[in-house]
Design a protein around this ligand. Structure first.
Ligand code: KG4
Ligand code: ZN
Length: 341
C-alpha cells in the first residue's frame, strides 16, 4: 500500500490529507480562514497567503499524526498548483517542493478543478468517467467534458463572476455573514423564490454553455435600493424582504446552473453528471439537480457536503497520476489562471 500526502492551498483553506493508492483516506485536516476574511465579505488574497504560511506546517503535522504516519513513510507528495490565488498557490507548492527535496520523494501536480470533480468518484466509489463536470465555487463556475480524471475539455463557464462570488456579495448586500453561500441559503428557506424577477443570463440560449452572474448581482442591488442609484447605503430590510430576496436570487442561480449542466449532458450525449465546488453544497441546487437529472435519465453524482468546499481529500486524484508515472520536476510552477483543459 502506497501513501500520499496531498496539499490544498489554492484559496483560503489550508488543507492536508493522507490517502492511499487504493483511495482510502487515512486523515484529512482543513484549517479554514473564514474568520480572517469575514469583515471584508470576501477573500483578501494577501491575508490568505500569509495565513497559509502560518498554518501549512501545523496542518501537515496534524494530518500525519491523525494517520499515524511519518514523513519517511510517504511515497509521494501532491499539491494543487492550478488554478487559484497566486500567493496562496505559492505557499502549498513551496511546502510540497521543500518536502520532496528534503525527503527525496516524488512530486505530483493536482489541478484543483479536476480534483473537485474527482470528489464525486471518491464518494460514490464508481467510475464516473466520461461525464459532464460542473464546478461551481467561489472562484469558478465551469462546465467540462470529463473524459478521464486528467482529460477535461472546457465546454463553457462564467464570463464574469463565479456563482459563489455572487452568493458572497449578495450576502453582504443583505447584511448576512460571510461566507455568503450558507447564510443566503439559510435565509432563503423561508422566502418566496418568485417574489423578485431576477435575470437568468443565457438560459434560453441553447447555443452556449456559459454563465454570467454579474448582472444578477446588480439586479439584487437595484431591488434593495429601489432604483439604479449610485448609493451603497443599505436601507433597513425586513426579515421577509431578506428571505424573499435571498430565495429569488438563489433560484436564479440554481436555474442557470441546472439548466446549463443538463444542456451540456444533452449536447455532449453524456448520461453522467458530476457536480463539485463550494456552491454544490447548496441545498436548493442539490434538490433541483436531483429532481431534474432524474427526469431526463441523467445519472447524478454530487460531492458530499464535506468534499464540496476546499479540502485535500479530493487531491486523491494524484493517485491516478502517480500510478501513471506522471511525476514533476522540482521546477514545477504554479498557474493562477484558469487552464481551460
Ligand atoms: O470550492 P470553494 O470552497 O472555494 C473555491 O474554490 O472558490 O467554494 C467557496 C464558495 C464560497 O463562495 C461560498 O459562499 C460558496 O462556495 N458556498 C455556497 C454554500 N456553501 C459554500 N454557496 C451556496 N450555498 C451553499 N450552501
Ligand atoms: Zn475550490
Amino acid at each position: 500500500m502506497k501513501k500520499l500526502l496531498t496539499l490544498e492551498t489554492t484559496c483560503d483553506e489550508t488543507a492536508a490529507a493522507i490517502v492511499t493508492d487504493d483511495l482510502k483516506v487515512l486523515s484529512s485536516v482543513v484549517a479554514s480562514q473564514d474568520e480572517l476574511h469575514q469583515r471584508f465579505h470576501g477573500v483578501v488574497p494577501e491575508i490568505a497567503a500569509r495565513a497559509h504560511v502560518e498554518r501549512i506546517l501545523p496542518v501537515i503535522d496534524e494530518a500525519l499524526r491523525k494517520a499515524n504516519t511519518s514523513l519517511q513513510e510517504l511515497d509521494a507528495i501532491a499539491v494543487a498548483n492550478t488554478p487559484g490565488l497566486a500567493g496562496s498557490l505559492l505557499v502549498g507548492l513551496m511546502a510540497a517542493k521543500s518536502l520532496c527535496l528534503a525527503l527525496g520523494k516524488p512530486l505530483i501536480a493536482i489541478n484543483h478543478l479536476h480534483a473537485h470533480i474527482y470528489a464525486c468518484k471518491l464518494a460514490s466509489g464508481v467510475d464516473v468517467f466520461p461525464c459532464v463536470g460542473l464546478i461551481a465555487s467561489g472562484g469558478h463556475s465551469h462546465l467540462y467534458r470529463c473524459n478521464a480524471p486528467s482529460d477535461f475539455v472546457y465546454l463553457g463557464g462564467t464570463i464574469d463572476d463565479a456563482a459563489g462570488e455572487a452568493f458572497d456579495k449578495v450576502a453582504s448586500m443583505l447584511g448576512l455573514p460571510y461566507p455568503g453561500g450558507p447564510s443566503v441559503s439559510k435565509a432563503a428557506v423561508n422566502g418566496n423564490c418568485n417574489a423578485y424577477a431576477f435575470p437568468r443570463s443565457f438560459l434560453k440560449d441553447d447555443s452556449r454553455l456559459d454563465f454570467s452572474f454579474s448582472g444578477l448581482k446588480t439586479a439584487v442591488r437595484y431591488a434593495i435600493t429601489g432604483s439604479a442609484t449610485a448609493t451603497f447605503e443599505r436601507p433597513e430590510l425586513s426579515d421577509r424582504q431578506i428571505a424573499d430576496l435571498a430565495a429569488s436570487f438563489e433560484e436564479a442561480v440554481v436555474d442557470c446552473l441546472v439548466g446549463k449542466a443538463l444542456l451540456a449532458a444533452r449536447v455532449q450525449q453524456l448520461s453522467t453528471l458530476c457536480v463539485g465546488g463550494g456552491v454544490a453544497a447548496n441545498r436548493r441546487l442539490r434538490e433541483r439537480l436531483g429532481q431534474e437529472a432524474k427526469a431526463v435519465g441523467v445519472d447524478l453524482h454530487i460531492a458530499p457536503l464535506e468534499l464540496c468546499t476546499d479540502n485535500a481529500v479530493m487531491g486523491a486524484i494524484a493517485v491516478e497520476r502517480f500510478a501513471a508515472g506522471k511525476t514533476e520536476s522540482l521546477d514545477l510552477d504554479f498557474m493562477p489562471g484558469l487552464v481551460r483543459v
